[in-house]
Design a binder for this molecule. Structure first.
Ligand SMILES: *Cc1c(COP(=O)(O)O)cnc(C)c1O
Length: 404
């Protein structure tokens, strides 16, 4: 018998839209992980080589992080009980923020519940409707949402096109509003690196605020994974640095680094900070342990990059379009295999899964129409043997489907 809610007509328009996705072949079901986020793990009861997670450094199940989380639960319980500004600021939250600030070599840091809330909460609170946001066309959804919430005027420049960004800045130079230049440090769908140094030059020239979202650069780029600002040697030139604790750091959260006044202001005005409960103490403890690992086990980052170079090389040799032709060229552990057609990409992803490789198909609207791709992500913990096995499966499956 159908559930009474599905008999109602109020949400029929959603069913119609889902039917449309099904027709296009881009409707998906969630894959469910049965065990641990790891290079080989079990989704939907099937053991697969995992090329889909953002667990760059294998920290999701690192014994020291597990131990830190368990100890924090023993010491401080499982919840913080309130938003940060009411009663939910625990000593361990402050300890994490101080640790990140030292690591990033900035005055201060504030941690949000996620990278998404860090971006959306920051962009929306530091600007108002008389201001301007100069934003790369491929910036993350959380930046776009933050920009919309700020009610500032949004000027979008062509991907990584610094000259276009300058044109847009010139157009609004005589307007009284503040200008914010914003870019991802690493772009999440193509794996290319934002021109942070050149955008800093523009910010200096036009007196604009400079902001970088380093979600995919945290723990990946720069010394010990300090991110794109460190990678480009732009210390002291980026007013607002956002990072995530949910990807390479292996836990959950987002942070903003900058001046003391920026952070103090966000305490007072960033809505996710003011109106949403802070992390459980175990999350903060996990992240503190993760930054210890970044500082003390740089060999993980070296393994990540050596796997990345190997995997890209092999995919290229096999003849795949891994970006650089029809799309930006990846320079990081995110390597897209461009297929083009949305339906074919989703079919390819399902066939790969059946053959033992988990690699997500990504189609419109996440990427432009005609640029659908399989997105692969390397981690430090994949063995050469696992990579060779995955490559073998990818090549065979692609040949069977006339993709190669
Ligand atoms: C993943 C991601 C975020 C969001 O981070 P979460 O911590 O997962 O909320 C923000 N920006 C970019 C570029 C990302 O890739």
């Amino acid at each position: 018998m159908a559930h009474p809610l599905s008999e109602r007509s109020q949400l029929r328009h959603l069913t119609a839209q889902l039917d449309e996705l099904k027709q296009k072949g881009t409707h998906f079901r969630l894959r469910v992980l049965d065990d641990i986020q790891a290079p080989v793990c079990t989704y939907d009861g099937k053991k697969v080589i995992n090329l889909a997670s953002n667990n760059y450094l294998g920290l999701c199940d690192h014994p020291k992080l597990r131990e830190a989380a368990i100890q924090a639960i023993r010491d401080y319980g499982v919840g913080s009980g309130a938003v940060r500004t009411i009663a939910g600021t625990m000593k361990i939250h402050m300890e994490l923020e101080e640790k990140i600030a030292r690591f990033k070599n900035v005055e201060a840091c504030v941690v949000f519940q996620s990278g998404f809330t860090a971006n959306a909460g920051t962009v929306s609170s530091i600007l108002g409707k008389e201001d301007f946001i100069i934003s790369d066309e491929l910036n993350h959804a959380s930046i776009i949402d933050g920009a919309r919430l700020s009610r500032a005027k949004i000027k979008v420049f062509r991907h990584k096109d610094v000259a276009h960004a300058e044109e847009l800045l010139k157009e609004v130079a005589s307007e009284p509003g503040r200008k914010l230049i914003i870019t991802d440090g690493v772009f999440s769908m193509d794996g290319d690196i934002g021109p942070v140094d050149k955008l800093c030059d523009l910010a200096d020239k036009y007196g604009a605020i400079m902001m970088v979202d380093d979600a995919h650069a945290s723990g990946v780029l720069g010394r010990n994974g300090r991110g794109s600002v460190d990678h480009f040697g732009c210390h002291g030139r980026v007013d607002v640095q956002v990072g995530t604790l949910s990807k390479a750091i292996g836990a959950l959260g987002g942070y903003v680094c900058g001046s003391k006044d920026l952070i103090d202001y966000l305490y007072h005005r960033a809505r996710p900070f003011l109106f949403s409960t802070s992390h459980p103490p175990s999350v903060a403890a996990t992240c503190i342990a993760a930054f210890d690992i970044l500082e003390n086990e740089p060999e993980r980052i070296e393994r990540l990059w050596s796997n990345t170079r190997y995997f890209k090389e092999q995919l290229g040799h096999a003849g795949f379009d891994i970006g650089g032709k029809s799309t930006p060229a990846s320079e990081t552990p995110i390597t897209p295999i461009i297929v083009g057609d949305g339906r074919k990409t989703m079919d390819f992803s399902r066939a790969l899964f059946d053959a033992g490789v988990m690699a997500t198909g990504i189609a419109f609207p996440t990427v432009p129409e005609g640029k659908a791709r399989i997105r692969t992500i390397m981690t430090s913990e994949h063995t050469r043997e696992q990579l060779d096995q995955a490559l073998d499966i990818i090549v065979k499956t692609a040949k069977q489907m006339s993709i190669l």
